[in-house]
Design a protein around this ligand. Structure first.
Ligand code: SF4
Length: 478
């Protein structure tokens, strides 16, 4: 998962606004950050660094950078290692001019593209899939940069939400399936493009609309010009997990408030609409209150409290000065990170029966550790509620979910999961309940990590190769 941000103005200098936009998108990636622009000599420039936006970039330097178009990126690696070499935007000055690309998503035909490009003499500087797009552009020297970009994107398969800088202007592009969100914002005559609409409010801009799946939008002194890629998608594949966990709750995606969707997931979970679960000898009827795993479970827990009529307690305290454990690269760091980050309040849990709400259960590590810590607070009973379906399949479209071997719901029955995390009962929201809570048609959403319904059968084996878009049930595949 990554975040991208682009800004275009006829008059204002925008490099600092890109920095601010990246700050608002920090939750989408914490490994590296970068900003790129084209200078007055027509050459592409970039500043990049490892770590959080404020560590990787110098706001003062960017505030003095006198450019009217710029793009930026925050990265969490899903293809290519965590190293400065792979930090984005990726930039080049090729025969037809400068180009800079910032990418959110994963290309699923990267191996095919690399093989074919290397056979034509391309030398890759990084292991990032975004570089393949750059090479595809650079090989089309007979075309204008924009024509070359349109050609390149028509060769790629999988997930991409891009911001690109060319001499022609700022370009926003979204894959034909629309896996990852990408939004257009405006303030006065200035235009902005961001992975999520939450980035607009920080700079006083407002959401205009989503970039459409398959749309390539050019923003320059002539205004907005929209192009469309040739690949037919058949249906939409917007990531449902954006609504469950990834997106910030104050974002709006495809007209749906992420906050309202999460709240409704919690409410439906409380009402037992279409869920699945297991109960030991105890059920949740003795519960005294609803608590949440901060911060991702917060909004669903508010909805659960509404749906159940139980009081809501902020009974697990988060240390706000450490990052998200899901984003930490190793299991060992993740486990230690949970203890550093989360602390249940003994004064609230002692002697009480609590419902603990989280948005998802991926490895089960965080929930297991928190449940153990709550047990140490002498809780009478603890019921775990998950406001999304069991995650049983990996993602190949830009989210770093683990392999099936590490996904707790792929390896264990619900009874085994409840027992292993130490909960008295465990209940998940069902897929239909989640889709209804999001409020978009089911055939416009990707739910592959829940049901194994991938865009293409080969996506589940590797992120290479694509043929006609077939929807196959992964359950039927070995
Ligand atoms: S597989 Fe899951 S995480 Fe990946 S795009 Fe689909 S819904 Fe999102």
């Amino acid at each position: 998962m990554c975040g991208v941000f682009g800004a275009y103005s006829k008059n204002d200098y925008v490099a600092e606004e890109v920095y601010l936009g990246l700050l608002a998108l920090q939750h989408r990636g914490q490994e590296s950050a970068g900003v790129a622009w084209i200078d007055s000599f027509g050459r592409v420039n970039a500043v990049k660094g490892m770590g959080l936006v404020y560590e990787a970039l110098d706001q003062k330097v960017l505030s003095k950078t006198t450019v009217t178009a710029a793009i930026g990126h925050v990265r969490y690696s899903t293809a290519g290692g965590s190293m400065l070499q792979n930090a984005q935007p990726i930039c080049a000055n090729y025969a037809q001019g400068p180009v800079a690309i910032a990418h959110n998503g994963n290309l699923t035909n990267l191996d095919d593209l690399r093989t074919s490009l290397e056979a034509r003499g391309a030398i890759f500087q990084s292991t990032s899939d975004t570089e393949a797009i750059l090479h595809l552009v650079a090989h089309q020297t007979e075309k204008s940069p924009l024509e070359a970009l349109l050609y390149a994107l028509d060769q790629t398969r999988g997930a991409f939400s891009l911001v690109v800088l060319l001499e022609e202007g700022l370009v926003a592009a979204r894959d034909p399936w629309g896996f990852r969100p990408l939004a257009l914002g405006k303030r006065g005559d200035n235009y902005y493009v961001a992975s999520e609409s939450c980035a607009f409010s920080l700079i006083g801009a407002t959401l205009v609309r989503d970039i459409e799946p398959g749309e390539v939008l050019l923003i320059n002194e002539k205004g907005l010009t929209s192009f469309h890629l040739t690949t037919e998608s058949g249906r939409g594949w917007l990531c449902s997990f954006e609504f469950v966990y990834f997106a910030r709750p104050d974002s709006v995606i495809e007209g749906r408030s992420v906050y309202r969707a999460r709240q409704e997931m919690g409410r439906r979970l409380a009402m037992g609409i279409g869920g699945e679960g297991c109960f030991s000898e105890m059920n949740a009827s003795d519960a005294d209150f609803v608590a949440y795993l901060p911060d991702s479970g917060t909004t669903a827990a508010i909805g659960y409290a509404e749906g159940s009529g139980l009081p809501f307690e902020a009974a697990v305290v988060r240390n706000r000065y450490v990052g998200r454990t899901f984003i930490q690269p190793t299991q060992r760091v993740r486990e230690l990170g949970v203890r550093i980050k989360l602390s249940p309040s003994e004064a609230i849990f002692s002697g009480k029966s609590a419902i603990l709400v989280d948005d998802s259960l991926v490895r089960g590590t965080t929930a297991g550790l928190v449940v153990a810590m709550i047990r140490e607070c002498d809780a009478r009973a603890l019921h775990l509620r998950i406001s999304s379906p069991p995650v049983r399949y990996p993602c190949y479209y830009g989210i770093d979910t683990p392999s099936r071997g590490e996904l707790v719901a792929a390896q264990h029955s619900l009874e085994e999961i409840a027992s292993s995390v130490g909960a008295d009962s465990l209940y998940y929201l069902g897929k239909e309940g989640m889709i209804d809570a999001i409020g978009l048609p089911g055939n416009s959403l990707c739910t592959a990590c829940f049901d194994g319904l991938y865009l293409d059968e080969r996506d589940r084996e590797s992120v290479c190769g694509f043929h006609n878009s077939q929807i196959l049930r992964a359950e039927n595949l070995t």
